[in-house]
Write a protein that binds this ligand. Structure first.
Ligand code: URA
Length: 270
């Protein structure tokens, strides 16, 4: 039976405790719990929604205490054609295929469409992910775009001022024309939101289409020398530049309006 969740305690459900400790995804955690491999204070618990007091309870998996997850932060150059989901029912490649040597569980920070390539952060630190992906924090994301037609200055200005999409107007963006190639415009755009297929929809809103989309920057990070499909760990300095305040201060420094709380969860197939 799930225990009631008393207020004022650092409580999490058992499946979350396991996945947060980096032991695996929540689905895997639920399987282990169901199989009787997980105990709380020496007693086998088979209810994934069982409340665990992080300060007092000891959780074991196969009799071994869980180690607190080491925080990891990765930067991956996602190739076109890869999904940011964990598993694809249709068997298409996912970014996890590129991280096979990695032992820790990570999830992608925000989204990149299957046909978009470029920078993708992955971490097991939900608070860090929130600071990057939540539009309330306005972390700039830069994209290189090849449009299917020549875009006039007026069209690029409209993109910069903001266009109205089905889910509302977009924020002002920075737009820079780079070159014209065979009647197509190549430009760079920096946005501070991360709506579903946002850049593609913005370009459609001004009467063109995206032929190629590459995310070349997230805040101060750029694609640098990363090969397509390659990844590396962020340096401490890079993490500090991305999310400056220490964890304790972060909670009180949220901008207004308060960002929606986002649970880390396996990303949807895109
Ligand atoms: N905008 C898009 O249209 N697609 C992405 O993957 C990211 C931003």
């Amino acid at each position: 039976m799930p225990r009631p969740a008393p207020a004022q305690r650092p409580l999490k459900t058992l499946d979350r405790v396991l996945s947060k400790a980096g032991a695996g995804s929540r689905t895997e955690a639920r399987r282990w719990i169901g199989a009787g491999r997980v105990a709380v204070n020496g007693k086998v618990i088979q209810t994934p929604d069982y409340w665990v007091d992080l300060e007092r309870d000891q959780v074991t998996l196969d009799g071994r205490p869980l180690k607190p997850a080491r925080r990891i932060y990765l930067l991956l150059y996602k190739p076109k054609g890869y999904l940011t989901t964990y598993k694809d029912p249709q068997g298409r490649p996912t970014v996890y295929d590129l991280l096979q040597d990695l032992r820790e569980w990570v999830f992608p920070v925000g989204r990149l469409d299957r046909d978009t390539s470029g920078l993708l952060l992955l971490t097991n630190d939900a608070e860090f992910a929130e600071r990057i992906a939540n539009p309330a924090f306005k972390v700039p994301k830069t994209y290189l775009v090849k449009a299917s037609s020549h875009l006039t200055d007026e069209q690029l200005d409209r993109l910069a001022r903001g266009v109205t999409l089905s889910d509302g107007p977009t924020r002002p963006a920075q737009v820079r024309r780079l070159r014209e190639a065979g009647g197509k415009t190549v430009f760079e755009i920096t946005i501070t939101e991360g709506r579903n297929r946002q850049v593609r929809r913005m370009v459609e809103a001004v009467g063109s289409k995206v032929l190629k989309l590459v995310r070349t920057g997230i805040g101060p990070l750029t694609i640098g020398g990363l090969p397509i499909g390659g990844w590396r760990r962020l340096t401490q300095e890079e993490r500090r530049l991305l999310v400056p305040a220490p964890a304790a201060k972060r909670r009180s420094s949220k901008p207004h309006p308060a960002p929606r709380s986002r649970k880390p969860r396996p990303p949807k197939t895109r």
